[in-house]
Design a protein. Structure first.
Length: 77
């Protein structure tokens, strides 16, 4: 009698991403849950003194995500 084992690995969950446009190229970053509300464009800042970018839900979006604050979300690059 022969036994075989099957390597049953769980499918990795698809990670949600947001996007920034850096020098004309889209860059995926982790989903920013703190970006919600309306009234102003959501922005992220790469590090405390880094550049600030508009945040998009999908690559190719023409309109940034909306936020209820003018302050950018600081993320570690």
């Amino acid at each position: 009698m022969a036994f075989t084992t099957t390597d049953l690995k769980e499918d990795p969950k698809e990670q949600a991403n947001d996007y920034i446009l850096v020098n004309g190229s889209w860059k995926a970053i982790s989903e920013q849950e703190d970006c919600f509300g309306t009234g102003t464009d959501c922005r992220v800042q790469l590090g405390t003194n880094g550049p600030v970018y508009d945040l998009y839900d999908e690559m190719g979006d023409e309109e940034p995500k909306q936020s209820g604050t003018d302050e950018p979300i600081i993320i570690n690059p």
